[in-house]
Design a protein around this ligand. Structure first.
Ligand SMILES: [Zn+2]
Length: 399
């Protein structure tokens, strides 16, 4: 049986064990809504093929009080690669099935041309495989299906993440402003260049999957991950699912129109949060405020720390726009927590007060009690999100 031939229930059980395991079979049934018979029917071939394993130590089953065996995914059963593409760099990580990193690597992008980027991804994937010595696994049971991993040189799946309007279902980047790409069939191009089964995902959504699975979102019924940097985006996890939108777009808080009408956004509109609070927008406004056209973001941060009132006002405005955007998220979704991450958190102290004050002023009722957590995450963690998405989709129908 190939991965994609397995019944949909297999994908459900496997994903549940990935995100919440180890679990007893009864707990898997409760979490998936499958009957005990259906869980056993799905788990037996997964056990036989070495995708999941029974742990030696029994747990006491809550419902019956009887000892029950825990089942868990076998981390070493598969290797996955996640790659994040930024405007000027690739960040890659090779992981085991539980998205634990085994090797990481970065590569500069000389060009944003689609062909050049695809070639660079293929080189990065090859280098990661060499670095980790990722040959076909030697401990596979003899009847395991070898085709996917053999085709990918020991790697079962590749998750490539890009900012912008990314349709994971069709494998197409509809629009990525930083790469200046439109309608790029990226999954197909990368898969044929690497030989590894490939899916693509919006980079913030992939990071949200990682936070939900093994980060600051573990165990929360809902949370929002807001990333501040070259762009401003959000991933929304509601009821244990990361919202992907009916047409691939969701959580685009950078384009909420709360920034004021005097600045034009990368999307062409005015008033977007991103037009006043992205790193580009802050740099641009600081240049205008100081009359120094060569000013960098680092210079702006230094000047603000030195007390330059014009530059401090730029950060303050960014903070107020962010605070309104976060309040909008809290009012619409009511998350338990909002996690703020991205390169922009390096200068968070310069607008933290404005964010918190504006958030408190605009969050409605109990939505204001939402926990706000600032959490720097390196790009390797974003890439790991790509591997996590690839792991979750291993058994997806049509994978
Ligand atoms: Zn915009």
């Amino acid at each position: 049986m190939t991965l994609a031939d397995r019944p949909p229930a297999a994908a459900l059980v496997f994903r549940t064990l990935l995100a919440h395991g180890p679990l007893t079979r009864a707990e898997v049934g409760r979490r998936t809504g499958l009957s005990p018979g259906a869980v056993t029917k799905v788990a037996t071939p997964l056990l036989a093929d070495g995708w999941i394993t029974e742990l030696g130590r029994p747990a006491v089953e809550k419902a019956t009080g009887r000892p029950a065996t825990l089942v868990a995914v076998r981390a070493e059963r598969a290797r996955l690669i996640g790659v994040k593409i930024t405007g000027d760099e690739l960040i890659g990580v090779l992981t085991d099935l539980t998205a634990r990193p085994l090797a990481t690597r970065r590569a500069e992008l000389g060009s944003r041309d689609v062909g050049a980027v695809v070639l660079a991804v293929a080189r990065l994937v090859a280098a990661l495989r060499t670095q980790a010595g990722a040959g076909p696994e030697s401990t596979e049971p003899e009847d395991a299906e070898p085709e996917d991993a053999e085709r990918g040189g020991g790697v079962h799946g590749l998750g490539v993440t890009v900012s912008g309007d990314v349709d994971g279902r069709t494998g197409t980047v509809a629009y990525s402003p930083f790469l200046d790409w439109r309608r790029v069939p990226l999954a197909r191009l990368v898969e044929s260049a690497t030989g590894v089964p490939t899916l693509i995902e919006n980079d913030v959504r992939a990071l949200t999957v990682a936070e939900q699975w093994f980060g600051a979102g573990v165990g929360l019924s809902s949370f929002a991950l807001v990333t501040v940097g070259a762009g401003i985006g959000a991933g929304l996890s509601i009821g244990g699912r990361v919202v992907s939108g009916a047409r691939g777009v969701a959580g685009e808080i950078g384009h909420l129109p709360v920034g004021g009408g005097d600045r034009v956004c990368t999307c062409g509109n005015t008033g977007c949060v991103e037009a006043v609070a992205s790193t580009h927008a802050i740099t641009d406004q600081a240049r205008r405020a100081t009359g120094d056209p060569g000013l960098t973001m680092r210079d702006a941060v230094r000047r603000a720390h030195d007390g330059d009132p014009a530059v401090r006002a730029v950060f303050a405005r960014a903070g107020r726009a962010m605070g309104r955007a976060l309040a909008s998220v809290a009012n619409l979704v009511g998350p338990e927590r909002i996690i703020i991450s991205g390169e922009g958190v390096a200068s968070y102290d310069l607008y933290a007060d404005q964010i918190r004050q504006t958030f408190a002023a605009h969050a409605f009722g109990a939505a204001a009690d939402c926990d706000i957590l600032v959490r720097p995450l390196p790009f390797e963690e974003w890439a790991r999100g790509g591997a996590a998405v690839a792991a979750q989709q291993l058994f997806a129908p049509g994978a």
